[in-house]
Design a protein around this ligand. Structure first.
Ligand SMILES: O=C(O)[C@H](O)[C@@H](O)[C@H](O)[C@H](O)COP(=O)(O)O
Length: 238
């Protein structure tokens, strides 16, 4: 687990030969952090990303016997679609993580089918503020464009999304590259987590990550690494 220092970005690189091995190892790290949080403060707050990468990790984590009834799970970001949509991160989490032992966890979604994304945003801000912040664990994904969460490079409010001093919990995101309108946790909430993991798979994403570490143009994933209160733990498999 070499600690890499590329142009000042502090992170630990955990490489695995097989994606299933990564899933089991990441699940073990996350479960351990959640159990520690419960021991320390009687509860734990976990935020996970969606997309196509995390399903194996979710399945591994769902089977680990920790005190899931004391854990709140929420999302790093969400597509503004019904939970029944195949694009829904809430639907992905329900089908893959909130199963087995983890079925006892409390899940708090970001998106509710409301009149507008802004209505959802306001409602979510009030509801999400009541969660037991700070995050104990956050698991991020990344796109080959260097986005993470819904911090898309073409987002119309990217500066606000990446403001480390923001008091906002959640922001609406409109970005042509995002597909649907999104809701995303603010960078400020993500970087204060006790454990920040980045889960990426494939050569394209490894190249994109290394490019973001060395690039003059500051990609969103680099903004997270630069402002995280602890080195980000990167989990990668080919
Ligand atoms: O809602 C989402 O899409 C995610 O939260 C997003 O940040 C994701 O982690 C990356 O886009 C990678 O997605 P893949 O795992 O599909 O490559």
């Amino acid at each position: 687990m070499a600690r890499e220092q590329l142009n000042g970005a502090a992170y630990s690189w955990h490489a695995f030969a097989e994606r299933q091995d990564l899933a089991a190892a990441l699940a073990g790290h996350v479960a351990g952090r959640l159990a520690n949080a419960i021991a320390e403060r009687g509860t734990a707050l976990l935020a996970v990303s969606g997309g196509t990468t995390p399903a194996k990790f979710f399945a591994s984590l769902s089977n680990i016997p920790i005190a899931w009834n004391k854990i709140t799970v929420t999302l790093v970001d969400e597509r503004c679609v019904p939970a029944s949509s195949p694009r829904s991160n809430a639907g992905l989490v329900a089908a893959n993580l909130l199963q087995n032992a983890a079925a006892a966890a409390r899940f708090v979604p970001l998106y509710h089918e409301a009149a507008s994304i802004e209505d959802t945003w306001e409602a979510d801000s009030r509801m999400l503020r009541s969660l037991p912040w700070p995050l104990d664990v956050v698991v991020l994904g990344m796109g080959t464009d260097g986005h993470t969460a819904s911090f898309f490079p073409d987002a119309d409010n990217l500066e606000k999304l990446l403001d480390p001093s923001s008091e906002r919990v959640v922001f609406p995101v409109h970005a042509a590259s995002a597909g649907e309108p999104r809701l995303t946790l603010s960078l400020a909430r993500i970087v204060r987590a006790g454990f920040v993991a980045l889960h990426i798979e494939g050569e394209d994403k490894r190249n994109a990550f290394e490019s973001a570490m060395g690039s003059e143009t500051r990609k969103p994933i680099r903004a997270v690494l630069d402002t995280a209160e602890r080195p980000v733990e990167v989990f990668w498999a080919p």
